[in-house]
Design a protein around this ligand. Sequence first.
Ligand SMILES: *[C@@H]1O[C@H](CO)[C@@H](O)[C@H](O)[C@H]1NC(C)=O
Ligand SMILES: *[C@@H]1O[C@H](CO)[C@@H](O)[C@H](O)[C@H]1NC(C)=O
Ligand SMILES: *[C@@H]1O[C@H](CO)[C@@H](O)[C@H](O)[C@H]1NC(C)=O
Ligand SMILES: *[C@@H]1O[C@H](CO)[C@@H](O)[C@H](O)[C@H]1NC(C)=O
Ligand SMILES: *[C@@H]1O[C@H](CO)[C@@H](O)[C@H](O)[C@H]1NC(C)=O
Ligand SMILES: *[C@@H]1O[C@H](CO)[C@@H](O)[C@H](O)[C@H]1NC(C)=O
Ligand SMILES: *[C@@H]1O[C@H](CO)[C@@H](O)[C@H](O)[C@H]1NC(C)=O
Ligand SMILES: *[C@@H]1O[C@H](CO)[C@@H](O)[C@H](O)[C@H]1NC(C)=O
Ligand SMILES: *[C@@H]1O[C@H](CO)[C@@H](O)[C@H](O)[C@H]1NC(C)=O
Length: 461
Amino acid sequence: MYCWSLMALIVSLDAIINKLHPYHKILDSSLWNDILTKSNLPNCTIFSIILPPRNIPHVVESSPSTHCQEFNTHLNSIITSLLYCGKQHLKNKEYDQALADFNKLLDIDSKNVSGLNQRGITFYNMKKLQNALIDFNKSLKIESNNLVAIKYRGFTCRMMGKCEEALEYFNKYLQINKKDAHVLYCRGETYYFIKDYEKALNDLNNSLKLWPKYTRSLNSIGSVFFTMGKYYDAISYVTKTLEIDQNNCEALKIRSSSYYQLQRYHEALSDLGMILKEEPNDKVALCNRGVTFYKLNLYENALVELSKSLEINPNNETALIYRGIAFYEITNASTSQNKLSSRWLLNNHINDYNSAFKNLTESLKIQPNNVIALTYRGKIYFNVDLYEESLYDFKAALKIHPNNTMALESRSKIYFNMSKYEDARVDLNKLLELNPGNKYAVELLKEPELSRCNKKRKISD
Ligand SMILES: *[C@@H]1O[C@H](CO)[C@@H](O)[C@H](O)[C@H]1NC(C)=O
Ligand SMILES: *[C@@H]1O[C@H](CO)[C@@H](O)[C@H](O)[C@H]1NC(C)=O
Ligand SMILES: *[C@@H]1O[C@H](CO)[C@@H](O)[C@H](O)[C@H]1NC(C)=O
Ligand SMILES: *[C@@H]1O[C@H](CO)[C@@H](O)[C@H](O)[C@H]1NC(C)=O
Ligand SMILES: *[C@@H]1O[C@H](CO)[C@@H](O)[C@H](O)[C@H]1NC(C)=O
Ligand SMILES: *[C@@H]1O[C@H](CO)[C@@H](O)[C@H](O)[C@H]1NC(C)=O
Ligand SMILES: *[C@@H]1O[C@H](CO)[C@@H](O)[C@H](O)[C@H]1NC(C)=O
Ligand SMILES: *[C@@H]1O[C@H](CO)[C@@H](O)[C@H](O)[C@H]1NC(C)=O
Ligand SMILES: *[C@@H]1O[C@H](CO)[C@@H](O)[C@H](O)[C@H]1NC(C)=O
């Protein structure tokens, strides 16, 4: 349909063959073969090639140069048709067909820059980046300032992770064409990737001056500000995107993460809900909603979301840790309320502690140095009186993060229970150093064993 010109092409080729056959000896023989074989036209045309009932004497009347001219005209119309058809296929994402057209075109004229560029763009879309680069390189060898080739070389290098080279080509492009909002956005994104935030913001800002509603640039500025810890600025930019496109998931993701960082958990939850309405199985959004519920002390809700996200991605350490600590908190809450002993817990909440323990242990296999997981597993051991195991986890946690109050409190209690008063005192003093009003430390230091120890220490000093 859109390739209406294919019929014209066939007719043209037939006409060429009719008129040119007598001269094929004076044409480059390989070119002739190319036309016949590589054009790969439908069988009906081929028949007319094989069986030409041609009036040769009639054709010979005109001069060879006239015919060559005519031949070239026809060839150009074939190239034009192939370029047109290929572009249509490319537009429809029919990459194999597009490639076939551009290959034919380049068989006829290997130096046609438009053909090279279009084939390069086709390869780029097929993620055959190396092939794409080869075509753009050829284009640039023929026409060193070809903007399409320069731009796409930049895109290709960017996609290959060759940021410096990509920047070089974006620079070259923008020197010639300063007003391209998309290339400014791409260069800005590249600067963001290599952590040059100032330059990134500058480019993205300029891209918005050209195209104020370019949501990709708005979101990208949001990401840069988020990465820089400027959460209010991030929110302000992506909110502009959401005014243009209220379901833009990228913007919702950046905004929900910014709200989370600002501890505005209800707003974060609202945005996460919108993302999950659009993409119900987005594992990152599910996990983040679980963690946000956890922060609001909504442990049952947290468990539901985290379990969903783990069904999709069973090894995500964040989800495993937070499910572990949500299980822990559920158990902890029921103990505190009932003021029951750890032994009772071990017997009656065996499933919660088991689940918490299993999930935390699994997460520690993936991330052995995760302080939260170590601390909570230590607390579980502590709550069921497995002091040796508990100490092991607290020591590991405190080695990474010496100011971990939860670990210090529990460890001092264990040392105290084991009659290691000196060690208990060190932890308690550390707690007081972090917070002179720490009630736990103040109370425990009143124990006779510890105060005696304190006195002894003073005397020996
Ligand atoms: C051309 O004819 C050959 C032999 O009959 C057949 O195998 C082939 O599929 C035909 N091609 C087209 C494009 O019709
Ligand atoms: C490539 O082919 C197209 C279509 O025939 C033509 O317009 C263009 O000028 C050609 N380019 C070169 C560099 O030959
Ligand atoms: C493209 O050309 C550049 C130099 O301009 C060269 O470094 C690169 O290796 C070439 N890439 C390919 C795939 O030919
Ligand atoms: C972006 O441009 C505006 C003016 O259009 C300016 O007020 C703002 O400070 C610029 N921001 C950055 C990050 O460059
Ligand atoms: C786990 O999920 C979080 C989102 O909550 C994500 O940031 C992180 O990259 C994921 N980790 C892995 C290993 O998939
Ligand atoms: C356990 O419950 C108590 C009392 O409700 C609370 O103070 C504490 O923060 C909870 N969490 C942990 C990890 O102990
Ligand atoms: C985490 O706990 C849940 C609930 O008990 C359990 O079904 C799941 O197998 C645990 N995950 C791992 C990796 O241990
Ligand atoms: C240590 O803990 C065990 C189990 O809770 C308890 O029976 C024992 O009395 C404690 N010892 C000290 C010195 O606190
Ligand atoms: C631990 O706390 C002390 C005292 O408040 C502080 O000087 C130190 O920087 C903290 N260390 C870490 C790793 O947070």
